[in-house]
Design a protein around this ligand. Structure first.
Ligand SMILES: NC(=O)c1ccc[n+]([C@@H]2O[C@H](COP(=O)([O-])OP(=O)(O)OC[C@H]3O[C@@H](n4cnc5c(N)ncnc54)[C@H](OP(=O)(O)O)[C@@H]3O)[C@@H](O)[C@H]2O)c1
Length: 263
C-alpha cells in the first residue's frame, strides 16, 4: 500500500505531538504545523531518524489568515496530497471572563474555530476522491458540559461539535470520514499535570495521558466512529449528562461554582 499523508496542527507538543508519533508508528508521512520556535524541527528530525517516513514541517501562526493557503500551496508545490487532517491546535483557559483581555479571546476564537473550519475547507478541495480521506476535529467534553471559567473555550468546542456533526451528514455519501474527538482532561503540559494531580475521586478518574488519547482517537477515526470519547469514566459522564434533567445539572454546576469561589 502506498504511504498516506497526514496533516497535524499544533504538533510541537501536547496531544499534537502524540498524534505525530502515533501516526509515524502507523507509517504515515507527516505534515506537522506549529508556531515558529516551538521545537518542531527537532521533533521532525527525530521522526525521520526513527521511522521510515517523510516529514514536512511548517512553522506558522494559524491565526494568521495567510497561513491556511500557505500550507496547501506548500503541499501543491511538493506534489503532496493529504489523506488525513487532524485539527488539533487549540487554546484553552481556566479563568474568569473578566480576567483575560480582548486580544486573548480573539486569538482563542481564531485558533479554535476559524482555523479548523478553513483548513477543513481547503483539505476537502485537494482530497483524492478515489481513496478514503479522514478528518479528526479535536473538541472537548467542555463543549458538552457547562463549565465555569471555561466560558469562551467551551463555546468554541460546542461550535466544533455542531460543525463536525453537520459535516458528517453532508459528507455521508462521500469517501470522507469525519470524527469528533471529545476528551476529558489530558496530562499534556506541566501546569495541567500539577492541576490534575490535585484532583480527587471521580474528577481524577477522568484524566488521561496524551499517548493513550492519540492511539484511541486514531483507532476510532480509521474505524469511522462519529464521536470518540476516550476513557470509561468520561463515557459514563456523557451518558449521565443525557439522563439527568436540566434542573439537576444546573444544581451540580452551581455547587461546583461555590467550591471554585471558595478556593
Ligand atoms: N489538555 C487537555 O486537558 C485537553 C482536554 C480536552 C481537549 N483538549 C484539546 O486538545 C487539543 C490539544 O491540546 P493540548 O493540551 O495538547 O495543547 P498544547 O499542549 O497547548 O499544544 C497546543 C499546540 O498548538 C500549537 N499552537 C498554539 N497556538 C498556535 C498557533 N497560533 N498557530 C499554530 N500552532 C499553534 C502549540 O504550539 P506552541 O508549542 O508553539 O505553543 C502546540 O503545538 C486542543 O484543541 C485542546 O483544546 C485538550
Amino acid at each position: 500500500m502506498p504511504q498516506l499523508t497526514a496533516i497535524v496542527t499544533g504538533a510541537s507538543e501536547g496531544l499534537g505531538k502524540s498524534f505525530a508519533i502515533e501516526l509515524a508508528r502507523r507509517n504515515y508521512n507527516l505534515v506537522l504545523i506549529s508556531l515558529p520556535g516551538s521545537g518542531l524541527p527537532q521533533l521532525a528530525s527525530y521522526l525521520r531518524k526513527n521511522f521510515n517516513i517523510r516529514v514536512d514541517e511548517i512553522e506558522t501562526d494559524l491565526t494568521n489568515a495567510e497561513s491556511y493557503p500557505g500550507i496547501f500551496n506548500h503541499l501543491g508545490l511538493k506534489s503532496i496530497t493529504a489523506h488525513m487532517l487532524i485539527n488539533n491546535a487549540g487554546l484553552g483557559n481556566w479563568s474568569w471572563f473578566e480576567d483575560k483581555g480582548t486580544a486573548f479571546y480573539k486569538k482563542q476564537i481564531e485558533l479554535n474555530v476559524i482555523t479548523p473550519v478553513l483548513l477543513t475547507r481547503l483539505f476537502l478541495e485537494q482530497a483524492n476522491t478515489d481513496t478514503t480521506s479522514y478528518i479528526l476535529n479535536v473538541g472537548s467534553l467542555g463543549g458538552l458540559f457547562v463549565v465555569p471559567k471555561k466560558q469562551v473555550y467551551g463555546a468554541t468546542k460546542s461550535f466544533i461539535r455542531y460543525f463536525t456533526k453537520c459535516l458528517q451528514l453532508e459528507l455521508s455519501g462521500s469517501k470522507v470520514r469525519i470524527s469528533l474527538l471529545s476528551p476529558g482532561g489530558i496530562n499534556t503540559k506541566p501546569e495541567l499535570l500539577v492541576m490534575n494531580n490535585r484532583l480527587k475521586g471521580l474528577s481524577k478518574a477522568t484524566i488521561m495521558e496524551a499517548e493513550d488519547v492519540a492511539r484511541i482517537a486514531i483507532d476510532g477515526l480509521l474505524k469511522g466512529k462519529k464521536e470518540i470519547i476516550p476513557g470509561l469514566m468520561n463515557r459514563f459522564l456523557v451518558v449521565l449528562n443525557g439522563l439527568l434533567p436540566a434542573f439537576a445539572k444546573e444544581a451540580i454546576i452551581r455547587s461546583r461554582l461555590k467550591l471554585i469561589l471558595k478556593s
